[in-house]
Ligand binder design. Sequence first.
Ligand code: GDP
Ligand code: MN
Length: 349
Amino acid sequence: SNKHPSYLDTIEPPETDSGPPTSIYKANATLVMLARNSDIDGAVRSVRDMEDRFNARHGYPWVFLNEEPFSDEFKQRVGVLIRGQKQFGLVPKEHWHQPSWIDENKASEARQKMVEDNIIYGDSVSYRNMCRYNSGFFYRHELLQQYRWYWRVEPDVHFHCDILEDPFLFMQTHNKTYGFTITMYEFDKTIPTLWSAVREFVQKYPQYVAKGNAMDFISENNGESYNLCHFWSNFEIADLDFWRGEAYSAFFDHLDAKGGFYYERWGDAPVHSIAAALFARKDQIHFFREIGYEHNPYTHCPAEEDSWVRGRCACNRERSFGEFSHAIFAHGDRVTWIMLTWVAQTTTA
Ligand code: GDP
Ligand code: MN
């Protein structure tokens, strides 16, 4: 053939090309992304960031999940970025779609009402399927059964710093259950009856509430009402066994039976957060302050200069949301006014 020699011919392929580097990773952990085929460009950006800033040094496996089969293009363009193992899984139909026992008239009336109220994703059934899936099903997927820890990654997020310490090993060594970088307030109109369902559960199963829990993060009045604080669940590093455990399984079933994922628009963020705050101890919830992270429109950038320098962070510390996240976690809703002032300043700038 008349193939021209290329400079690539002179480069030896790295050894890891011969197979997944199963001996490299140290925690029983996986990176997991739920995505649509149409999310391909964002998926590529997120995976590239994650591999370059962390995973190329570890080779943790990836699991991609979708309720439709991934396209060859998706598998190819995302797969090329990953040296280690990657698996593309199909979400079982019974884990995804609106259950038949949901009253569709009631559900569609609720969606219509949310459209009139201008609530984001108010009319979307697929968004509700996704929220319910992330709340109660992803950890049951067969591809995740072998793992203890996961890191949730969404399309089109950014990791702004080199991640020099392995967060999975950190979680394991320090007995952590749930890790976050950003906290947020939920739109109350998406969850009008969530808290009463939570209270009912707690009254029925007081034995599941942990001693030393983080109730003060989610309530200003020891549980009478919800202050809308939650961990922004598009970033999660957590223990799959916590979701698979007795307390959370009962909790999810209780919530699911209320139908609020469809009659309202309950998000996986408040559901996960309330569970972590009640069924884990506060010291099992960890703020990853050194992980620079961005999901539009918010960024967490490490506030400490040494960690920003060490991580070669490509984010602006002055525009970070994270310190407020941590303050909210530590002190509850009392910092609301600081945060709202800050949001007003940075979003109008
Ligand atoms: P937002 O962050 O709340 O605005 O919601 P996103 O649109 O980012 O969705 C959250 C996550 O679920 C992302 O990982 C999406 O790729 C994924 N997702 C959302 N809707 C669907 C869907 O209908 N099918 C699949 N397979 N993934 C979805
Ligand atoms: Mn998102």
